[in-house]
Design a protein around this ligand. Structure first.
Ligand code: HSE
Length: 320
Protein backbone atom coordinates (compact mmCIF):
# COMPACT_ATOMS: atom_id res chain seq x y z
CA UNK A 1 0.00 0.00 0.00
CA UNK A 2 1.42 3.41 -0.94
CA UNK A 3 2.61 5.28 2.11
CA UNK A 4 0.76 8.53 1.32
CA UNK A 5 -2.57 6.85 0.58
CA UNK A 6 -5.50 7.53 2.90
CA UNK A 7 -6.63 4.37 4.60
CA UNK A 8 -10.37 4.00 4.21
CA UNK A 9 -11.62 1.33 6.56
CA UNK A 10 -14.63 -0.96 6.38
CA UNK A 11 -15.17 -2.32 9.88
CA UNK A 12 -16.96 -5.59 10.62
CA UNK A 13 -18.07 -5.68 14.26
CA UNK A 14 -18.66 -2.85 16.70
CA UNK A 15 -18.35 -4.68 20.01
CA UNK A 16 -15.63 -4.22 22.63
CA UNK A 17 -12.77 -4.16 20.09
CA UNK A 18 -14.57 -2.37 17.23
CA UNK A 19 -15.72 0.45 19.47
CA UNK A 20 -12.24 0.67 21.01
CA UNK A 21 -10.74 1.10 17.55
CA UNK A 22 -13.34 3.73 16.65
CA UNK A 23 -12.41 5.77 19.75
CA UNK A 24 -8.69 5.40 19.09
CA UNK A 25 -8.96 6.50 15.46
CA UNK A 26 -10.80 9.63 16.53
CA UNK A 27 -7.80 10.50 18.68
CA UNK A 28 -5.15 9.71 16.06
CA UNK A 29 -5.95 12.00 13.09
CA UNK A 30 -2.33 12.08 11.95
CA UNK A 31 -2.67 8.46 10.87
CA UNK A 32 -5.02 9.50 8.01
CA UNK A 33 -7.12 6.43 8.56
CA UNK A 34 -10.85 6.51 9.16
CA UNK A 35 -13.81 4.18 9.26
CA UNK A 36 -16.14 4.78 6.32
CA UNK A 37 -18.75 2.16 7.27
CA UNK A 38 -19.21 -0.36 10.04
CA UNK A 39 -21.20 -3.53 9.51
CA UNK A 40 -23.20 -4.65 12.53
CA UNK A 41 -25.61 -7.49 13.26
CA UNK A 42 -27.94 -5.87 15.78
CA UNK A 43 -29.01 -2.38 14.66
CA UNK A 44 -31.15 -1.51 17.72
CA UNK A 45 -28.27 -1.29 20.22
CA UNK A 46 -27.11 2.02 21.62
CA UNK A 47 -23.66 2.85 20.25
CA UNK A 48 -21.40 5.85 20.73
CA UNK A 49 -21.19 6.68 17.04
CA UNK A 50 -23.47 8.33 14.45
CA UNK A 51 -26.17 6.07 13.00
CA UNK A 52 -24.99 6.92 9.47
CA UNK A 53 -21.79 4.94 10.14
CA UNK A 54 -23.63 1.64 10.32
CA UNK A 55 -24.97 -0.84 7.82
CA UNK A 56 -26.18 -4.41 8.12
CA UNK A 57 -25.08 -5.27 4.61
CA UNK A 58 -21.48 -6.51 4.47
CA UNK A 59 -21.39 -6.09 0.69
CA UNK A 60 -21.59 -2.32 1.22
CA UNK A 61 -18.05 -2.63 2.60
CA UNK A 62 -16.63 -5.50 0.58
CA UNK A 63 -17.70 -4.02 -2.78
CA UNK A 64 -16.90 -0.39 -2.07
CA UNK A 65 -13.87 0.51 -4.23
CA UNK A 66 -12.95 3.40 -1.93
CA UNK A 67 -12.53 1.07 1.06
CA UNK A 68 -8.98 -0.28 0.93
CA UNK A 69 -8.77 -1.89 4.38
CA UNK A 70 -11.19 -4.34 5.96
CA UNK A 71 -10.94 -4.64 9.73
CA UNK A 72 -12.77 -7.71 10.95
CA UNK A 73 -13.45 -8.02 14.68
CA UNK A 74 -16.56 -10.19 14.90
CA UNK A 75 -17.28 -13.20 17.07
CA UNK A 76 -18.45 -15.77 14.53
CA UNK A 77 -15.46 -17.65 13.10
CA UNK A 78 -17.24 -19.00 10.00
CA UNK A 79 -18.66 -15.62 9.05
CA UNK A 80 -15.25 -14.03 9.75
CA UNK A 81 -13.49 -16.40 7.37
CA UNK A 82 -15.97 -15.63 4.59
CA UNK A 83 -15.47 -11.90 5.13
CA UNK A 84 -11.68 -11.97 5.14
CA UNK A 85 -11.52 -14.32 2.11
CA UNK A 86 -13.80 -12.07 0.06
CA UNK A 87 -11.96 -8.96 1.17
CA UNK A 88 -8.55 -10.34 0.15
CA UNK A 89 -9.94 -11.56 -3.18
CA UNK A 90 -11.46 -8.09 -3.74
CA UNK A 91 -7.99 -6.56 -3.37
CA UNK A 92 -8.38 -5.16 0.13
CA UNK A 93 -5.83 -5.37 2.91
CA UNK A 94 -7.20 -7.18 5.96
CA UNK A 95 -6.69 -6.75 9.69
CA UNK A 96 -8.39 -9.31 11.90
CA UNK A 97 -8.71 -10.05 15.62
CA UNK A 98 -10.61 -13.33 15.18
CA UNK A 99 -8.36 -15.79 16.95
CA UNK A 100 -10.59 -18.86 16.52
CA UNK A 101 -11.01 -18.20 12.80
CA UNK A 102 -7.29 -17.59 12.31
CA UNK A 103 -6.22 -20.65 14.32
CA UNK A 104 -8.58 -22.85 12.32
CA UNK A 105 -7.71 -21.45 8.88
CA UNK A 106 -3.98 -20.72 9.08
CA UNK A 107 -3.07 -22.50 5.87
CA UNK A 108 -5.96 -21.14 3.82
CA UNK A 109 -5.19 -17.59 4.97
CA UNK A 110 -1.57 -18.04 3.99
CA UNK A 111 -2.62 -19.34 0.56
CA UNK A 112 -5.05 -16.46 0.11
CA UNK A 113 -2.36 -13.97 1.01
CA UNK A 114 -0.03 -15.52 -1.57
CA UNK A 115 -2.71 -15.82 -4.24
CA UNK A 116 -4.04 -12.27 -3.89
CA UNK A 117 -0.83 -10.49 -2.88
CA UNK A 118 -2.85 -8.64 -0.24
CA UNK A 119 -1.65 -8.41 3.37
CA UNK A 120 -3.43 -10.12 6.26
CA UNK A 121 -2.35 -8.90 9.71
CA UNK A 122 -3.54 -10.08 13.13
CA UNK A 123 -1.41 -8.59 15.92
CA UNK A 124 -4.51 -8.14 18.10
CA UNK A 125 -5.45 -11.83 17.89
CA UNK A 126 -2.96 -12.90 20.57
CA UNK A 127 -1.88 -11.02 23.70
CA UNK A 128 -3.69 -7.83 22.60
CA UNK A 129 -1.42 -4.88 23.37
CA UNK A 130 1.85 -6.88 23.42
CA UNK A 131 3.51 -6.67 19.98
CA UNK A 132 4.57 -10.29 20.16
CA UNK A 133 3.48 -11.56 16.74
CA UNK A 134 5.58 -9.02 14.89
CA UNK A 135 8.52 -9.75 17.18
CA UNK A 136 8.26 -13.48 16.59
CA UNK A 137 8.04 -12.82 12.85
CA UNK A 138 10.90 -10.39 12.59
CA UNK A 139 13.28 -10.58 15.48
CA UNK A 140 13.90 -14.27 16.02
CA UNK A 141 15.44 -16.93 13.87
CA UNK A 142 13.03 -19.90 14.04
CA UNK A 143 15.89 -22.32 14.55
CA UNK A 144 17.18 -20.46 17.58
CA UNK A 145 13.86 -20.31 19.43
CA UNK A 146 14.32 -22.84 22.21
CA UNK A 147 11.10 -22.33 24.14
CA UNK A 148 8.18 -20.07 24.85
CA UNK A 149 5.92 -19.93 27.87
CA UNK A 150 3.10 -17.49 28.27
CA UNK A 151 -0.14 -16.32 29.75
CA UNK A 152 -2.29 -15.58 26.73
CA UNK A 153 -5.80 -15.31 28.14
CA UNK A 154 -6.67 -12.19 30.11
CA UNK A 155 -9.98 -13.38 31.57
CA UNK A 156 -8.66 -16.55 33.20
CA UNK A 157 -5.67 -14.66 34.55
CA UNK A 158 -8.04 -12.01 35.91
CA UNK A 159 -10.21 -14.68 37.56
CA UNK A 160 -7.19 -16.41 39.13
CA UNK A 161 -5.82 -13.08 40.38
CA UNK A 162 -9.16 -12.21 41.99
CA UNK A 163 -9.34 -15.67 43.60
CA UNK A 164 -5.80 -15.39 44.94
CA UNK A 165 -5.71 -11.77 45.98
CA UNK A 166 -9.29 -10.85 46.85
CA UNK A 167 -10.60 -14.33 47.76
CA UNK A 168 -13.39 -13.86 45.26
CA UNK A 169 -15.07 -17.09 44.24
CA UNK A 170 -14.80 -18.30 40.66
CA UNK A 171 -18.29 -17.24 39.56
CA UNK A 172 -18.06 -13.72 40.99
CA UNK A 173 -14.63 -13.24 39.44
CA UNK A 174 -15.94 -14.39 36.05
CA UNK A 175 -18.90 -12.01 36.24
CA UNK A 176 -16.47 -9.16 36.92
CA UNK A 177 -14.33 -10.19 33.91
CA UNK A 178 -17.47 -10.14 31.77
CA UNK A 179 -18.53 -6.73 33.07
CA UNK A 180 -15.11 -5.31 32.25
CA UNK A 181 -15.33 -6.58 28.66
CA UNK A 182 -12.47 -9.09 28.96
CA UNK A 183 -14.42 -12.33 28.51
CA UNK A 184 -15.65 -13.82 25.25
CA UNK A 185 -19.41 -13.63 24.68
CA UNK A 186 -19.36 -17.35 25.44
CA UNK A 187 -17.08 -17.33 28.54
CA UNK A 188 -16.63 -21.10 28.32
CA UNK A 189 -14.13 -20.32 25.55
CA UNK A 190 -11.95 -18.50 28.09
CA UNK A 191 -12.54 -20.67 31.13
CA UNK A 192 -12.02 -24.03 29.41
CA UNK A 193 -8.89 -22.98 27.55
CA UNK A 194 -10.22 -22.77 23.97
CA UNK A 195 -9.29 -19.12 23.56
CA UNK A 196 -5.80 -19.76 24.93
CA UNK A 197 -5.16 -22.70 22.61
CA UNK A 198 -6.33 -20.68 19.61
CA UNK A 199 -3.90 -17.90 20.50
CA UNK A 200 -1.12 -20.37 21.19
CA UNK A 201 -1.63 -21.91 17.75
CA UNK A 202 -1.32 -18.47 16.16
CA UNK A 203 1.77 -17.53 18.14
CA UNK A 204 3.54 -20.82 17.43
CA UNK A 205 2.74 -20.46 13.79
CA UNK A 206 4.52 -17.13 13.77
CA UNK A 207 7.34 -18.47 15.92
CA UNK A 208 8.09 -21.68 14.06
CA UNK A 209 6.25 -21.54 10.73
CA UNK A 210 3.24 -23.76 10.20
CA UNK A 211 4.21 -26.67 12.39
CA UNK A 212 1.38 -26.57 14.83
CA UNK A 213 -1.98 -28.01 14.14
CA UNK A 214 -4.44 -26.88 16.79
CA UNK A 215 -5.59 -30.46 17.37
CA UNK A 216 -2.05 -31.41 18.41
CA UNK A 217 -1.94 -29.04 21.37
CA UNK A 218 -3.07 -30.62 24.62
CA UNK A 219 -5.09 -28.12 26.61
CA UNK A 220 -7.43 -27.58 29.50
CA UNK A 221 -8.60 -24.44 31.25
CA UNK A 222 -9.18 -23.36 34.84
CA UNK A 223 -12.70 -24.75 35.14
CA UNK A 224 -11.76 -27.12 37.96
CA UNK A 225 -9.78 -24.70 40.09
CA UNK A 226 -11.46 -23.76 43.34
CA UNK A 227 -10.89 -21.08 45.93
CA UNK A 228 -9.59 -23.85 48.16
CA UNK A 229 -6.95 -24.82 45.54
CA UNK A 230 -5.87 -21.18 45.45
CA UNK A 231 -5.54 -21.09 49.23
CA UNK A 232 -3.54 -24.33 49.38
CA UNK A 233 -1.19 -23.13 46.59
CA UNK A 234 -0.74 -19.81 48.35
CA UNK A 235 0.07 -21.47 51.68
CA UNK A 236 2.88 -23.32 49.88
CA UNK A 237 4.15 -20.12 48.18
CA UNK A 238 2.86 -20.89 44.73
CA UNK A 239 0.61 -19.07 42.33
CA UNK A 240 -1.65 -20.89 39.86
CA UNK A 241 -1.60 -19.67 36.26
CA UNK A 242 -3.00 -20.93 32.98
CA UNK A 243 0.31 -21.40 31.18
CA UNK A 244 0.87 -21.99 27.48
CA UNK A 245 4.13 -23.81 26.86
CA UNK A 246 6.16 -24.78 23.80
CA UNK A 247 9.57 -26.36 23.56
CA UNK A 248 11.62 -27.21 20.53
CA UNK A 249 12.73 -30.85 20.75
CA UNK A 250 16.04 -32.23 19.48
CA UNK A 251 14.06 -33.84 16.62
CA UNK A 252 13.11 -30.34 15.45
CA UNK A 253 9.46 -30.87 16.41
CA UNK A 254 7.72 -28.57 18.84
CA UNK A 255 5.93 -29.92 21.92
CA UNK A 256 3.13 -27.59 23.00
CA UNK A 257 0.40 -27.51 25.61
CA UNK A 258 -1.84 -25.13 27.59
CA UNK A 259 -2.50 -26.21 31.19
CA UNK A 260 -2.93 -24.70 34.66
CA UNK A 261 0.43 -24.69 36.41
CA UNK A 262 1.84 -24.06 39.85
CA UNK A 263 4.17 -21.13 39.37
CA UNK A 264 6.83 -20.15 41.88
CA UNK A 265 6.55 -16.58 43.09
CA UNK A 266 9.87 -15.60 41.49
CA UNK A 267 8.76 -16.81 38.03
CA UNK A 268 8.19 -13.97 35.54
CA UNK A 269 4.67 -15.26 34.95
CA UNK A 270 3.81 -14.81 38.65
CA UNK A 271 4.29 -11.10 38.01
CA UNK A 272 1.45 -11.15 35.42
CA UNK A 273 -1.78 -10.17 37.18
CA UNK A 274 -5.38 -9.43 36.26
CA UNK A 275 -6.07 -9.05 32.52
CA UNK A 276 -2.38 -8.72 31.71
CA UNK A 277 -0.59 -11.27 29.54
CA UNK A 278 3.08 -12.21 29.50
CA UNK A 279 5.38 -14.13 27.20
CA UNK A 280 8.79 -15.49 28.16
CA UNK A 281 10.98 -16.41 25.20
CA UNK A 282 14.23 -18.31 25.43
CA UNK A 283 16.41 -18.26 22.39
CA UNK A 284 19.99 -18.83 21.36
CA UNK A 285 22.38 -15.92 22.09
CA UNK A 286 19.60 -13.53 23.22
CA UNK A 287 18.89 -15.81 26.21
CA UNK A 288 15.65 -14.97 28.05
CA UNK A 289 13.21 -12.15 27.28
CA UNK A 290 9.92 -11.25 28.91
CA UNK A 291 7.11 -9.39 27.13
CA UNK A 292 4.34 -7.99 29.28
CA UNK A 293 1.18 -5.95 28.71
CA UNK A 294 -2.61 -5.84 28.72
CA UNK A 295 -4.02 -8.92 27.00
CA UNK A 296 -7.71 -7.99 26.87
CA UNK A 297 -9.96 -4.96 26.91
CA UNK A 298 -11.31 -2.49 24.42
CA UNK A 299 -8.46 0.03 24.08
CA UNK A 300 -5.46 -2.33 24.51
CA UNK A 301 -6.89 -4.63 21.83
CA UNK A 302 -7.87 -1.65 19.69
CA UNK A 303 -4.29 -0.40 19.97
CA UNK A 304 -2.99 -3.63 18.43
CA UNK A 305 -5.49 -3.29 15.56
CA UNK A 306 -4.28 0.27 15.11
CA UNK A 307 -0.67 -0.90 14.93
CA UNK A 308 -1.61 -3.28 12.11
CA UNK A 309 -3.46 -0.52 10.25
CA UNK A 310 -0.40 1.63 10.62
CA UNK A 311 1.90 -1.19 9.45
CA UNK A 312 -0.11 -1.46 6.22
CA UNK A 313 1.25 1.96 5.28
CA UNK A 314 4.74 0.61 4.88
CA UNK A 315 3.58 -2.54 3.11
CA UNK A 316 4.15 -4.88 6.01
CA UNK A 317 3.23 -8.54 5.45
CA UNK A 318 3.93 -11.74 7.32
CA UNK A 319 6.40 -13.86 5.40
CA UNK A 320 5.66 -17.16 7.20
N1 HSE B 1 -11.38 -13.20 26.06
C1 HSE B 1 -10.07 -12.82 25.69
C2 HSE B 1 -9.17 -12.85 26.90
C3 HSE B 1 -10.10 -11.44 25.09
O1 HSE B 1 -9.71 -12.84 28.00
O2 HSE B 1 -7.96 -12.92 26.76
C4 HSE B 1 -8.80 -11.03 24.46
O3 HSE B 1 -8.45 -11.86 23.39
Amino acid sequence: MESHKKLVIGLFGFGVVGEGLYKILQQTPSLHASIKKACIKHPGKKRNAPESLFTQNGDDLLNDPEINVIVEVIDDADAAFKIISTALKNGKAVVSASKKMIAEHLREILDLQKETGMPFLCESAACASIPVIRNLEEYYDNDLLHSLKAIVNGSTNFILTKMFEDKLNFTDALILAQQLGFAESNPKLDVEGYDAVNKWTILLNHAYGIVTDISKILFTGIQNITLNDAEVAQSRHYDIKLVANAKKLSTGKVAAFVLPHFVTLDDQLAFVKNEYNGVVIESGFADKQFFYGKGAGSLPTGSAVLSDISALRYGYKYEY
